[in-house]
Design a protein around this ligand. Structure first.
Ligand SMILES: [Zn+2]
Ligand SMILES: [Zn+2]
Length: 172
């Protein structure tokens, strides 16, 4: 796993946690590879508001304070690991086998810090659909994605079509 992919995966974890999504296959796989047990729900709930603020800050390119607050609460510990096989070391921001909430705090804080600084080029967006506000990692080629899901995209298209028809109807 290269540096960009590793940070990209951590950013996806940060985003799904901030959204309050059901644990994804990616999260299960990241937890398994790094020997992280499922987090205690109550402790996880204490991490989420700060994590959400940090994700929002990374999505908007600032302010940086929420990211620094997360880093201060869960200071990253840099490690190198080759669990993908000998000779394939990659960077870790937290020790394997750690408590899940601490691991998430350290790892997501470090990854979001990289994102807000523009390195590597991982883009976080916030859904443009009315009353959604979910975050997503934009890995479209030109970083032009505007919605968290196809559902929100088509919901918005239908709403725009209806309001155009309504406007046309009313002016006729
Ligand atoms: Zn790893
Ligand atoms: Zn959405």
């Amino acid at each position: 796993m290269n540096y960009g992919d590793y940070i990209g995966n951590l950013v996806k974890l940060a985003v799904e946690s901030a959204n309050g999504d059901e644990p994804s296959e990616l999260r299960r796989e990241m937890f398994r590879q790094h020997r992280i047990a499922e987090p205690d729900a109550e402790r996880l709930a204490t991490l989420l508001p700060g994590l959400r603020d940090a994700v929002q800050a990374a999505a908007q390119g600032g302010p940086i304070d929420p990211i620094n607050a997360l880093l201060e609460q869960h200071p990253p510990l840099i490690r190198v690991d080759d669990h993908d096989g000998e000779g394939t070391p990659h960077l870790h921001f937290a020790p394997n086998g750690e408590d899940a909430v601490t691991w998430l705090g350290r790892s997501c804080g470090a990854a979001l810090a990289h994102v807000v600084c523009g390195d590597p080029a991982v883009t976080i967006g916030r859904c443009h659909a009315a009353a959604c506000g979910r975050f997503y990692v934009d890995d479209s080629r030109n970083r032009t994605r505007r919605f968290c899901s196809n559902t929100c995209a088509s919901r918005t298209t239908v709403a725009a079509y209806r309001s155009r028809r309504k406007a046309a109807g009313e002016s006729a």
